[in-house]
Design a protein. Structure first.
Ligand SMILES: Nc1ncnc2c1ncn2[C@@H]1O[C@H](COP(=O)(O)OP(=O)(O)O)[C@@H](O)[C@H]1O
Ligand SMILES: [Mg+2]
Length: 424
């Protein structure tokens, strides 16, 4: 029986999920709310925002949608899954209680401390003077984080006391992140490479995906500001099976156990961001959703029908559901608007995608695009150029060959995605 699916979101992650869902032999109608210029070729874009829970639930009811899948963090933290369940609708993803692990860094840091999960040493503050005294006491470098969601902009890695004072002032006195900055987490600076772990769970069992690596800074050589992510590679040649099983035992399993002990069942995708620091592996933070742009790489590597996996999560049958991966590697290079993550122009025409997709192994995922007769930019991260290859080098070479064929005014991207992994 074919099943109709509603996918909530409109970024690169959702285009990649839609692309993979569309390949399921069981997919019926695919709706994407609100979708983007790429998803409209795979299904029907529906003009409802990701935070309009009642409208989305009305739509799912009216269209008799079999399953709703949610992409972004805000709706999970806002309780979209609880609203859908109250209305008797089948929905994939974590409850509001479970999504706190992403929505409150104060909550997740305390959970890690209580469960003995390795993470940066920290303290939580609601008072500026106390926070500043703590920073003076600890010294720099130091990391200051708004506890709540802040569109990936709420973390300041401070090299001087002046920067730290400024960060605390912006969050606690000027309240630039509103209530997201009422609580501030201050933590020790950790060195070393970052990796992304994805574990999918039905609330009873979980399964690990292969590790991937995003590149968070805007510019080559990890310079410039933190962004939503500028490019991903996977799987990672520098992470051994032994390291993955250690990460599984000491971090992933312990996290699910700690949530269960609090009476919180986590069903959905748990994505811990890790630092492979000189003092061991440490959790930087948790996300309660698929990574963006990690998903673009995962969907290129995944062999199993993703609809089967989502349904197994919702039905509580993940234990019996195999998750298989293609051999080889994938890379995804983000093409961003000039100026991102600060101010940037929108509405600029995009050319060359068709040519780019003629390069073997390449698929271009849309993120911030709209189509109004012509394809135009509409966001900070515009496109994700993904490629698969037998080797990581082949995947990267193909992706960059395709990038060279795409153009929009001010287009900005990193030329060193995966370079460190290739050199290692
Ligand atoms: N303790 C830390 N030491 C060094 N860098 C950090 C630390 N915490 C965060 N960062 C950097 O800041 C980025 C964003 O931090 P993170 O906790 O993942 O917040 P969010 O993704 O919610 O903005 C990380 O990807 C990492 O590059
Ligand atoms: Mg993060």
């Amino acid at each position: 029986m074919n099943v109709d699916v509603l996918l909530v979101g409109g970024g690169g992650r959702e285009h990649a999920l839609a692309w993979k869902l569309k390949q399921s032999p069981r997919i019926g109608k695919l709706y994407i709310a609100p979708g983007n210029g790429g998803t409209q070729n795979l299904g029907e874009n529906v003009p409802i925002g990701v935070m309009e829970f009642e409208k989305l639930a009305d739509f799912a009811t009216e269209k008799k949608v079999h399953l709703t899948i949610v992409g972004p963090d805000d709706p999970f933290v806002g309780g979209i899954v609880d609203v859908f369940k109250q209305r008797g609708l089948r929905v994939w993803g974590p409850s509001k209680a479970a999504a706190q692990i992403e929505g409150s860094k104060a909550f997740s840091k305390q959970l890690m401390r209580d469960a003995g999960i390795p993470t940066a040493d920290f303290s939580v503050f609601t008072n500026y003077d106390e926070a500043f005294r703590y920073v003076q006491d600890k010294g720099v470098p130091i990391v200051i984080k708004a506890s709540g969601l802040a569109l990936g902009k709420g973390v300041y890695v401070c090299q001087t006391l002046e920067e730290a004072a400024q960060a605390l002032k912006e969050m606690m006195l000027d309240r630039i992140f509103k209530d997201s900055g009422t609580q501030v987490v201050i933590e020790e600076f950790l060195d070393g490479p970052e990796i992304s772990i994805h574990a999918i769970s039905d609330g009873r069992t979980y399964k690990l995906f292969p590790p991937t690596q995003d590149h968070k800074r805007a510019l080559d050589g990890d310079a410039g500001k933190n962004t939503g992510g500028m490019g991903v590679i996977g799987p990672l040649p520098f992470v051994s099976d032994a390291q993955m099983s250690d990460i599984d035992d000491r971090i992933v399993k312990t996290t699910f156990d700690a949530l269960n002990a609090k009476g919180i069942q986590f069903s959905g995708l748990l994505y811990p961001g890790l630092k492979m620091s000189s003092r061991g592996v440490k959790v930087l933070e948790y996300n309660a959703r698929f990574g963006d742009p990690e998903t673009q790489v995962y969907m290129r590597l995944l062999k199993t029908d993703i609809l089967d996996i989502f349904e197994a999560c919702v039905d509580g049958t993940l234990e019996k559901q195999p998750i298989e991966w293609n051999s080889g590697f994938a890379a995804n290079i983000v093409l961003a608007s000039g100026g991102y993550p600060d101010e940037y122009k929108k509405g600029l025409p995009i050319t060359g995608i068709e040519d780019a997709e003629k390069v073997p192994g390449v698929i271009v995922f849309h993120a911030g695009t709209t189509f109004d007769g012509a394809l135009k930019t509409s966001g900070g991260r515009v496109l994700g150029v993904s490629a698969v290859g037998t080797t990581l080098k082949e995947a990267l070479d193909r992706a960059y060959e395709a990038v060279a064929k795409i153009h929009f005014e001010g287009m900005q991207f990193r030329r060193d995605i995966g370079a460190k992994a290739l050199a290692a």
